[in-house]
Design a protein around this ligand. Sequence first.
Ligand code: ZN
Length: 406
Amino acid sequence: MRLLRVDKLADAEFIDKRLATAISHQSISSEANKRPDVVKMEKFLEVELGSKFGAEVQPYCTGKQKKKQPTDPDLDLPPILVAWYPPRNSASNDKKPLLIYGHYDVQPELTGPNGERLYGRGSTDDKGPVLGWLNALEAHKSAGVEISVNLIFCFEGMEESSSEGFTAFLENMAMISLKTWTEVEQLTGKEKALYKKICFKLKDFTDAIGDTKVPLYQDPIDIMMHRWRYPSLSIHGINGADASDDPGTAIPNKVTGAFSIRTVPNMDSKTVNDTVTNIGVFPEHVPFWRANYEEPNFAAAAKATNELYKTDPDYSREGLQSLLDKKSLLLLPMGAADDGPHGPNEKIDRRNDIEGTKLFGAYWHFFAGRILRRYRRTPFSRRNYCPTQQPAREWGIDEVQLKLSW
Ligand SMILES: [Zn+2]
């Protein structure tokens, strides 16, 4: 009997060594003087994946960062790390490929105390989840359990700075096609039914933001939908206005502000840009993307969630820039809703970090269609999992439980 020793490896290997080291690299992509730390973080992942696990690693350099002001320093964009596990020359044709995306840069911030909550910038966005995949890989290797998919990792270091360079990189990799759209997608009853199942109360929201007067909507479903599926505008900063408490009424001759607009299906980025440009700014933009949650990839993640957390997953919508159109894209989170990415005291709960590692590992096997017996009567049959090929060997759930006793 071979066990995946996630719990055994958790504290010493996954948290004290891997997560703590990653968080010690202040890989803040938006600050020029931290660029060497961003590159150090990339190197750390390269060594972990390449030297430690034997993956084929390839950092791609994507050129210089664009200068916003002529006086800005001359900066190389941090490398985009692509890693294949197993290396391409030893990958089995019987296994499905699975691309895992993550980012290793962070927003500026500080760290805090440890315990059941692991504080530190990047703990949940996105170093913790990125390392969760590495942990799952290590757990398989240390137990001698075969991974049932061909993994391709793609980790970028500019996600927190508009993913500069990533679009061009993907275009060069010939992975994308762009579309244009016109208006916000209609809400269907089926979609609304998914929100109704989510356990979310108005108090959760006001507790999280620390204010009971802020919510524009009282119905939790409205709050979720306006956070997730409708466009929104966020103001990030205002310059030139009087920031003092004085009751002055002087009108400044110039006030500037920074804001972003969340674009959602089916908004046309060009129309939004043209409209915004009319009020005097030159925005960057990334197009929206939308995943199809009724496909085997999502079913695999749902089954892995059920296996680990003994409950159905919540189907939420999130924002992420992506240009991998026509691919099955799944955001499989490991953190909790109160982790506070980008905020002060960003954290990840130890439970999420470790159970999330197990979730990732289980997802690989469900994705590969190797864990089937229990789910045979579900709409997602074996044929859906492996449309073009038979798995080399089908695992029954009993055997899997032996093999994957966490
Ligand atoms: Zn972020």
